[in-house]
Design a protein around this ligand. Structure first.
Ligand SMILES: Nc1nc2c(c(=O)[nH]1)N[C@H]1C(S)=C(S)[C@@H](COP(=O)(O)O)O[C@H]1N2
Ligand SMILES: [Mo]
Length: 305
């Protein structure tokens, strides 16, 4: 794994500059420096010999329903979005003392790492992405949960003036997700601010999103503004919209079919060709069994999908 300790102060500085609205030239320079550091320290995390998906596929074919339901809508519509430059995340609920943290402060909570993760969308396509971030646990440990806290509920930003309506999207906004507290604290669960050596493009969940690599992609909630510690399993957007298809856990599981399609295989984006698309076998927990299977040792994973 990539230890960023050597370059952290510079990163912190560069990121501050970026979020405080540095000039365009300084921004370009800081991005270049940021990218250069990352290339120098590139580390693969658990992706084996798999190829990193071309950046273009990752940023132009995806889901961000707030900007439209087509796979090319986020790349078409999200770049115009102006996320609040004074972005904050509110930590609240079953905690001793709720806290609101500014993005600049959040960036300093732990050394940034580059992690190459497989990402498996429930719609049976997959990508391999070099994310930049650090474990979510570094943020969660900024507050002290009460003994009642068993789950963590996440909420995305919703700006009706710049995003489509719930009715048009067919799902509830703001987009909400949830994890069990032990899943949220797991070292693989990444709070993510960048990809491919750059800050997150809007369509991938700027300025800060979750990446939970052993679960279907929709658990990786984008553009987070609120995190609530709760006692009971919280509602999640896709579960509310179609409970038979989308459960709370949504661990990648090739044995458990979606009502409309098999989950045994996935289309790897950016490889193969139109005539010969590359399909590969989907792995249990998306290939992260060694790390996470023990979290579910007492659960029936067909019932608890
Ligand atoms: N707020 C919000 N978060 C979201 C979504 C969304 O529509 N809105 N889509 C999810 C789905 S279905 C997937 S596959 C991933 C896609 O992440 P990526 O675009 O970075 O690949 O984001 C997830 N997070
Ligand atoms: Mo997805």
């Amino acid at each position: 794994m990539l230890p960023y300790s050597a370059v952290t102060p510079k990163h912190v500085y560069l990121n501050r500059r970026r979020f405080l609205g540095a000039s365009l030239a300084a921004l370009a320079a800081s991005r270049a420096a940021f990218a250069a550091k990352l290339t120098a320290k590139k580390t693969s995390y658990n992706a084996g010999a798999e190829r990193i998906t071309p950046q273009k596929d990752v940023t132009t074919y995806n889901n961000f329903y707030e900007f439209g339901t087509g796979k090319d809508d986020p790349a078409l519509n999200a770049p115009k979005w102006k996320p609040n430059p004074a972005w904050t995340i509110r930590l609240e609920g079953e905690v001793m003392q709720p806290k609101t943290l500014a993005i600049e402060r959040i960036m300093t909570l732990a050394p940034l790492e580059e992690r190459i993760y497989r990402h498996r969308c429930v719609e049976a396509w997959s990508i391999v992405v070099p994310w930049i971030g650090f474990p979510l646990s570094a943020l969660l440990s900024q507050v002290q949960p009460t003994s009642k806290a068993k789950y963590v509920a996440f909420e995305s930003v919703y700006d009706p003036g710049q995003m489509i309506s719930s009715r048009a999207a067919g799902i509830q906004f703001p987009y909400v997700e949830g994890l069990r507290l032990d899943e949220a604290m797991h070292p693989l669960t990444l709070l993510t601010m960048g990809l491919y050596g750059e800050t997150l493009p809007n369509q991938n969940g700027a300025p800060i999103r979750l990446v939970v690599p052993w679960k279907y992609g929709f658990k990786s909630i984008k553009s987070i503004v609120r995190i609530r510690f709760v006692e009971n399993q919280p509602p999640t957007t896709w579960n509310l919209s179609w409970p038979a298809a989308y459960g709370f856990y949504s661990n990648v599981n090739p044995m458990r079919e979606h009502p409309r399609w098999s989950q045994a295989e996935e289309l790897r984006l950016g490889e193969g060709s139109v005539l010969r698309p590359k399909y590969i076998k989907t792995q249990m927990f998306n290939g992260y069994s060694d790390e996470v299977a023990k979290l579910y040792s007492t659960l029936d994973l067909i019932k608890n999908y």
